[in-house]
Design a binder for this molecule. Sequence first.
Ligand code: SF4
Length: 523
Amino acid sequence: MHPAPVPLREQLARPEAFVVAAELVTSRGLITADSSRRVLELAQALAADPRIDVLSITDNPGGHAMLSPDTLGTDLISRGQEVIIHLSCKDWNRNALESRGWKLGSEGFDNVLALSGDYPVTGHRGLAAPVFDIDSVGLLSLFSEMNEGLPDERRQGEHLDRTHFFLGCVATNHKRLEREVMPQYFKLRKKAQAGARFVINQIGWNARKDDELLRWVRREQLPLSALANVYLLSRTAARAFHAGKIPGVVVTDELLERAERHGASPDRGRAFFLDLAAKHFAVARGLGFDGVYLGGHMPASTFGEIVDLAATFAADWRALAPEIHFPFPDEFYFFEPDGDTKLSSGELNAAYVESKRRRKTELRVPVKYRVSRRLHGAVFADDAPLFPAGRAFYGAVEKSKAATKLAHLAEQAAKVTLFDRRDCGDCSLPDIAYVCPESQCAKNQRNGPCGGTRDGLCEVYDTECIWSQAYERLKAYGEEESMLDGPAIVKDNALIRTSAWANTFRGRDHHARLDRDIREPDI
Ligand code: SF4
C-alpha cells in the first residue's frame, strides 16, 4: 500500500515551499514497447526519488502523436505519486475535452496543465487536422466551471457533481519584441482570471526574463504559484531549439555557440550542461519561484544530480545570475535591468513608458482599421447610436428568407474583401483589432497569442501573428493594456454560415452571450 501523495496545491501552499517537478515525455507505441518501458522505468525511478515532488506528463508535444499521458499516469497514481497531466486543445474539441475532464477527474488526476498546444506536424497518411475548437483560456474556463458544477442539461436548475481540478498554464515571455512579450503577460492575467492557479514558464535561458515574469505576477496580484522551467540542454537540443523546431523555445546564437563548443569536448558537454541547469535552478529558487520544472533527456539519476548540485550553488545565486543570460541582442523587457546582476528591477522600462505615452508603434496601423473602429463605435457596439436601428433592421430582414440571404451576401462581400473573413457567424474582429482569427490564425486563438511566435511572426504561417498586429493597432489608441480584458471568448459553432451582423444585433453572438451568461471565477 503506497502512502497518499501530498496534493500539489497543498505542496505549493506551504510557506517556504519549493516544489521540484520532473517532465516525462511519452513515446510512440504501446506501453509494452521498449521505448515506453524505458519511460515507465524512468517514471518509476523518479517516483521513488524523494527529491522529486511531482511528475508532469506531456500531451503529444511538438505536434506528434504519442502514447496518452493518462496511460503512464495511471501507473504512477497507483504508486502514490502526484502527477500533472498536460491537456492541449489541438487534438480535441470542447466535448472531447469535457469528456477527458470527467475521465481525468474520475481517475484521480486533479492537476491539469491547460495548453493550446503545438500545431500538428505529422499524422497517419498525411498531416493531421488541427482542432483548436477552444484554446487554453477556453479550456481553463471549461474546467473551472466543472469545478463549480456544470449545469445538468437534463434537469433544469440542477448541477453535475463538482470536479476538483488544480489548474495550471504556461507563459512564454522569452520573446524578442514588445508586441510579443506584452500580449503574453496580458494573456497570463486572463488565464489566472479563467482559473489557472499555477504557471510554468516556457524554456529559456535568461534569468532577467524569469525574474520579470515573477514581478509581473506580483505586480498584477495574480493568484498563481510559479515554477521556473529548467531544461538540461545538449548540443543536439540546442541546435533544434536554435532552428526553431520547438515553437516558443529560444536558444540564441550566443548560447548555441557555447553549446557547440562544450558539446565538442570529450564529455560531450555533460559537465557544462549540468552546471548550467543547476545554476539556473539555484537562481530560480533565489528569485522566489515556488518550484522548478525540470526537463530534458536524461536518466533518473541526473534529475537528482541537478537538484543536489543546485543546493551547492544556493548561497551564491545572485552572483551566478549573470551566467543565465542569453537574450536576443535587442530583446524587449517590461522592467529596467538591475545593475550588475543582469536581473530585473521593479522600475518600468523607460523607453517602453515613453513609447506608450507617444503611442509609438513598430507596425503601420492600416487605414481600414481606423475606419472599422469608427464604424464599430457608431453602429455595432452595444451603446452605439445606430445599434437600435441595426437591431430593428435585422428584425425586419429576418422575417423573409430571401432578404436574410441578400443581407448576408452583402455582408460577405464587404467583409471578405476587407478582412478575408470566413463566415463563422460569431465574429471576433472587434476583439482582435479587426484581424480575423479564422483566416489568419492557424490555431483560431481568440483569447490572446499562443506561445509560438518568432520575431513577431506566426508559428505556422509566414505572416505577422494576429495578436502582434492587434497589439500595435491598439497601442496607437492607448488601448493595448486592456486588449485581453474580459471573460474567455468561446466561439459558437452553431452560428457558422450565418450573418455575424445579424447575430450581433439580435444578441446571438459571444458578445451578447458573455453579457448574459458567463461569470468567471473571482481571482
Ligand atoms: S497567428 Fe499568432 S496566435 Fe495564431 S497560431 Fe500564429 S502565432 Fe499562434
